[in-house]
Write a protein that binds this ligand. Sequence first.
Ligand code: AP5
Length: 211
Amino acid sequence: MKVILLGPPGAGKGTIAKALMQHDGSVQISTGDILRAAITAGTTLGKQVEAAMAAGNLVTDELIMDIMEQRLQEEDCQQGYLLDGFPRTIPQAEALKALLAKLGEKLDCVLELDIPRDVIIDRLTTRRTCNNCGEIYNVKSKPPRVEDVCDVCGSEIMQRDDETEEAIENRLQIYNQQTAPLVDFYRNDGLLVSVPSSDIEPVMQAIRQRI
Ligand code: AP5
């Protein structure tokens, strides 16, 4: 399946993508994870985006499209993909549409995860992420078996740099201004499926019904 997961920071895009991947072999493509890996590796890309990401700002559409044009043509995308955190602006959505037309591919649906603001803040301030493998935890709803240690790979789990109150506020504002317009964009294309991001099962059901 080829699905876009759309929703504000903390909506559960990464969590849902990881759950869906186990179902049919689709690969999760998280632009946030790709950029964080570049920062950790100290690459030129990482150095270019580090400050913007820590402040909760978006990186440029050009950089993101360079990454995604290559990534979507890699071998593992043949089975399908779950786009997590991309597209995030109208220019990115337009560029993706053109790229898919060029590749002769179609999206199955765009899943909008709907979540109240107070739940977002709560989820983001209690989220922890594995430094090494990216597994997502939550101190309230999904704690690791051993405190601060990843169940999957045994590495340390931490809070992300963009989880300060100021950065979260900025990310939410940017979402409302630049990403929320994608809801109408994909509704007009007949691809939008909206689900409350409460439990994982209703989200899975909405996808099964659609595909
Ligand atoms: P990115 O990494 O994409 O961050 P985000 O969109 O802000 O989303 P998050 O990863 O914070 O949240 P999520 O929706 O995945 O929620 P999660 O599953 O973790 O982007 C980071 C930065 O990279 C951007 O700010 C920007 O700088 C840059 N960037 C990335 N892509 C870009 C692009 N395309 N263009 C430009 N810049 C880009 O869940 C959150 C918490 O809630 C977890 O603790 C989880 O355990 C818990 N939780 C999830 N679901 C549930 C549930 N159903 N019940 C209870 N708890 C739950």
